[in-house]
Design a protein around this ligand. Structure first.
Ligand SMILES: NC(=O)c1ccc[n+]([C@@H]2O[C@H](COP(=O)([O-])OP(=O)(O)OC[C@H]3O[C@@H](n4cnc5c(N)ncnc54)[C@H](OP(=O)(O)O)[C@@H]3O)[C@@H](O)[C@H]2O)c1
Length: 289
């Protein structure tokens, strides 16, 4: 059961499962999606009913209020969806003996001295979003030690139909329309190609691995540098990309400016591909998506 199969990661999770011959059932929250069923994480009764109906071997929880600023604006809703939701899912999974894979985020970390953040580093989220994700991690691991938490770096890939932009899709759309995009040159992230994040996370689940994993690409780059790589790969005018300081961009949510994770543990445990931005963007273009 892929909860949130209509989002950026969820769509890739369904594809990755398909490629491995694993049957999936997907869910959405808003809009109309003929190939998925509706499930609202904040409705504990619906969550329990759906999980009982589908009786999956495993639940992959991609669904979330994933916009950091939206969580800051609506903290109560963020808590209901990102904390109460995973708790209902974890309880229902424990009841039927299904394993649960929760997606979390580098946003669980605050300002940190470390050049790269490892699974053993201490989380200290500055934002509501990060706090909800950390709380969900704890609930999910407490519900069963067999569960898996994958903390993702900044995802990029094909924008889902009617879904949120990611940095690659935003830069492509804005630059193609001739509009300037301002990007933080002081905010460093680990860009992660969504299909590879999905494939690696699925592999963890299929191999029976448990606990917390950092699933991210190898490079630590600023958002501005990543945008330059997008413009380069898609032959877009890089003069439309304007470097800015994060504080000038007026985000609502506070964020750590150096949230680069290490994928060392993942690569030591699995034979998976995690591409650099140049490689991942080339794959994205070659897949014509
Ligand atoms: N994107 C990133 O850079 C990033 C980085 C780190 C971690 N993550 C985490 O990775 C996961 C997937 O992120 P994403 O970028 O794929 O998110 P996304 O594109 O925004 O997709 C979110 C999915 O969750 C569903 N959803 C939204 N509200 C829901 C609710 N109240 N109940 C049930 N489902 C709901 C959406 O359904 P509808 O389409 O119907 O709205 C959609 O399928 C999230 O847990 C996110 O926090 C993402």
């Amino acid at each position: 059961l892929v909860i949130g199969s209509t989002g950026l990661l969820g769509q890739e999770m369904v594809r990755a499962a398909d490629a491995r011959g694993v049957e999936t059932v997907g869910t959405f929250a808003h809009g109309v999606h003929a190939d998925a069923m509706r499930l609202l994480l904040e409705d504990g009764e619906e969550v329990r009913r759906r999980i009982e109906e589908v009786a999956p071997e495993a639940v992959v929880l991609c669904g979330a209020m994933a916009s950091m600023d939206e969580c800051e604006r609506r903290p109560r809703d963020a808590f209901d969806v990102n904390v109460e939701g995973p708790m209902s899912v974890a309880t229902a999974c424990a009841e039927i003996g299904a394993r649960l894979l929760l997606f979390s985020s580098d946003a669980v970390f605050g300002e940190h001295g470390a050049a790269r953040l490892h699974e053993f580093d201490m989380p200290d989220p500055p934002s509501i979003y990060g706090k909800t994700k950390l709380e969900a991690e704890r609930l999910v691991m407490d519900a069963s030690r067999g569960n898996v938490v994958c903390r993702l770096g900044m995802l990029y890939g094909a924008r889902p139909r009617g879904g949120r932009h990611n940095l690659a899709s935003l830069v492509r759309e804005e630059c193609a329309a001739g509009r300037e995009v301002r990007l933080a040159s002081d905010h460093f992230v680990t860009p992660t190609y969504a299909p590879e994040a999905a494939a690696a996370s699925l592999e963890l689940l299929l191999r029976g691995l448990k606990g917390t994993w950092h699933v991210c690409g190898p490079s630590c780059v600023s958002k501005y540098e990543f945008a330059l790589a997008v413009a380069d790969e898609f032959a877009l005018p890089s003069r439309l990309l304007a470097p800015a300081r994060t504080e000038e961009l007026e985000h609502l949510a506070p964020r750590s400016l150096r949230a680069c994770m290490s994928n060392e543990k993942l690569l030591a445990s699995l034979d998976v591909r995690m591409s650099s931005p140049a490689e991942g963007l080339r794959l994205l273009r070659s897949e014509r998506r």
